[in-house]
Structures are given as structure tokens and as C-alpha cells.
Design a protein around this ligand. Structure first.
Ligand code: MHO
Length: 186
């Protein structure tokens, strides 16, 4: 029987989108990842504008996934495990509201799952501090400029990619070895 399940979308921000995009592109069940901006109050913001923190936007990614292969719950579990959800408006050396940890939910069902998975993670003892991830309904997602899409794949040797993105991807590959789209190169 020919059964098609519709794709679903998760919108999440866990600091610099070059990092989160690189991680989610490797996860089995993910069909596409788009880097962009959400959660702010200025129309069509540019990268330069959001970097000031004054537009209110967070750097986020939209993860388009096949729910027959991975659940929204598991997308969020990978999200929590692949960034630090306990530092308010900061991810490592990147400081500012644009780097805040945030889940932008698309409907009530997603909001319920987000609240449940956040509580589960908080109770897990995996984090030494309380989780500060914001959960808010998605209003508008603005895709980022073309140069911010597939950034890690296109700029692997840049200083930031080597110092910040690559270690996150390595950690993710190790922790989620069984859930990678392809076996990680050794
Ligand atoms: N602080 C880094 C972050 C890049 S990220 C896409 C930089 O400005 O290069 O926000």
C-alpha cells in the first residue's frame, strides 16, 4: 500500500543557527533544514539587524521532518541535548537575546509536547542548572539570507566553524550515533 505521511515542521532556536543547522542536517528523519529568524517584532529582518539584538528575533531553524521516521518529541530531545538550554540569552561565547534558547510551537499539540519534554529534561539531572528555554507560539518565520544556509558545509574551515560548530557536530554524532542519517565518517 502506498502510504504517505505529511511532513511536519519544528521551529527551534539554540544559539547560532550555523551550529543547530549542521546538527539537525545529520539526523535521520529530517528532510530539510532552513535557517532563519523568529520571535521578534520587525518585518523582514536582516542578519545585520538581528545581530544587534534590537529586533527581538532569535536565530532559529525550521526542521522539516518525516513523522514516520522521527517524532517531534525526539526532535526536541536532540535539541535539548545539542545546546545548553540553561544559559539565559547566551550560548557559549555568543551573548544576546538573538542566541536565546526557544521553541516556537506551531499548534497546541506541539506546545503540550514542548512543555512535557522540557519538564522531562529538567527532571533528568542532565543539566546542572534549571532549563530557561522559552516556549512561545510561532508567529512568523523569516528565512535567513542565502549565505547562512548550509553554512557549515560551505565554510568548514572558517575559524568559527572549526572552533564552535565542529565540536558540537562531533558531540552530537557520538551521542546520537544510532540516529544518524548516514554513519558518521571516522
Ligand atoms: N558570534 C558569531 C556567531 C555567528 S552566528 C550565525 C559571529 O558573529 O560570527 O550568530
Amino acid at each position: 500500500m502506498d502510504q504517505h505521511t505529511a511532513s511536519q515542521t519544528a521551529t527551534i532556536g539554540g544559539g547560532c543557527f550555523w551550529c543547530t543547522e549542521a546538527v539537525f542536517l545529520e539526523l535521520r528523519g529530517v528532510q530539510r533544514v532552513v535557517s532563519g529568524y523568529a520571535g521578534g517584532h520587525v518585518k523582514n529582518p536582516s542578519y545585520k539587524q538581528i545581530c544587534t539584538g534590537s529586533t527581538g528575533h532569535a536565530e532559529v531553524i525550521q526542521v522539516i521532518f518525516d513523522p514516520a521516521l522521527i517524532s517531534y518529541d525526539d526532535i526536541l530531545r536532540v535539541f535539548f541535548a545539542s545546546h545548553d538550554p540553561t544559559t539565559l540569552n547566551r550560548q557559549g561565547a555568543d551573548v544576546g537575546t538573538q542566541y536565546r534558547s526557544i521553541i516556537l510551537t506551531h499548534d497546541d499539540a506541539q506546545r503540550e509536547v514542548a512543555q512535557r519534554v522540557l519538564a522531562e529534561m529538567d527532571a533528568s539531572g542532565l543539566f546542572p542548572q534549571r532549563i530557561v528555554t522559552e516556549i512561545a507560539p510561532l508567529e512568523i518565520f523569516y528565512p535567513a539570507e542565502a549565505e547562512h544556509q548550509d553554512y557549515f558545509a560551505r565554510n568548514p574551515w572558517s575559524g568559527y566553524c572549526q572552533m564552535v560548530v565542529a565540536p558540537k557536530v562531533r558531540k552530537f554524532r557520538k551521542e546520537f550515533a544510532g540516529q544518524l542519517r548516514v554513519a558518521a565518517p571516522r
